[in-house]
Design a protein around this ligand. Structure first.
Ligand SMILES: C[S@@+](CC[C@H](N)C(=O)[O-])C[C@H]1O[C@@H](n2cnc3c(N)ncnc32)[C@H](O)[C@@H]1O
Length: 269
């Protein structure tokens, strides 16, 4: 059976179209995906073999950034938009290990993430977690819902990992970031990752074209300049906008392969 007929067969048995949250879970080695997600995930891996490494490096970056925020930076609240399916080392687990009183709001618009959201609501007794089923392109609604759990007059770690690439229009993506940051006080941080065709990611172009023909939601890559615009008005923390695998990766950094996914953290002055 050819891969394309396998794709058609999966749709015929009612599994529908591949969804990013489930394919991402497949690449991370999870088990919350359908056959159609595996088939599309494998086709993308065939065109862009380092995609699994990208997914894993992105999660390790999340861990390092949240540990820095909850530790050195003293941030006690997190708004994680485009959360993905629960996996190991979710934001609240990393943050509450350092600060048990940390409060976390997760946001995603995928129906399967919503089904599994209970696993994200296992807060420490001192802290809190909540899940909001909302679209990243509606930041006002997200802020209203988040205010039920977070005190938006105190610093928030705004986590946008692998999500703005699903807002294809750069002006709209920039406006989403602006609106969210405008509602947060000084001392808040933006934590962001974004796929790129730079950093050796040229092969990603073909894989993204295939993705956009066979899966949802459609994705775009961005260059360093566009990613830098998301940080306008923020103090970019060292080492700036780099491959997420190289962001404060410590002494093992040389062994971490550079992946075509920018990662950066900025502080609102
Ligand atoms: C690549 S995954 C990243 C998951 C997680 N942030 C991480 O870095 O491991 C992107 C997530 O964004 C979600 N997503 C995509 N478009 C979205 C939108 N418009 N609003 C909310 N969530 C969205 C997907 O459902 C998926 O769970």
């Amino acid at each position: 059976m050819s891969d394309s007929s396998e794709l058609a067969g999966s749709a015929a048995v009612g599994e529908g179209i591949a969804h990013n949250a489930r394919v991402w879970n497949y690449w991370l080695g999870g088990k919350d995906y359908y056959q159609v997600d595996r088939v599309v995930g494998d086709r993308v891996t065939g065109m862009y073999p380092s995609i699994r490494e990208v997914a894993r490096a992105d999660r390790r970056f999340l861990g390092r950034a949240v540990r820095y925020l909850a530790g050195e930076a003293g941030v006690r609240q997190f708004l994680d938009i485009g959360t993905g399916l629960p996996t190991v080392h979710n934001t609240h687990e990393v943050a509450q290990e350092i600060a048990p009183q940390a409060r976390i709001v997760y946001v995603d618009n995928d129906p399967v993430v919503l089904l599994h959201a209970r696993a994200l609501l296992t807060s420490s007794l001192e802290g809190a977690t909540d899940y909001v089923d909302a679209d990243a392109r509606d930041p006002e609604r997200i802020l209203r819902a988040a205010a039920g759990t977070l005190d938006l007059s105190r610093p928030v770690g705004l986590i946008l990992l692998g999500i703005l690439n699903f807002v294809p229009d750069t002006e709209e993506a920039t406006a989403v970031v602006r609106t969210l940051l405008a509602a947060l006080p000084s001392g808040s941080h933006l934590v962001l990752t974004h796929p790129t065709l730079e950093l050796g990611g040229e092969a990603n172009a073909e894989a993204m074209e295939f993705w956009n023909a066979h899966a949802t939601p459609p994705i775009v890559a961005r260059g360093r300049e566009d990613v830098a615009r998301f940080f306008d008005g923020l103090e970019l923390l060292e080492p700036g906008i780099v491959s997420c695998s190289r962001w404060r990766a410590g002494s093992g950094a040389d062994e971490e392969p550079e992946v075509a996914q920018f990662g950066a953290v900025g502080r609102k002055p």
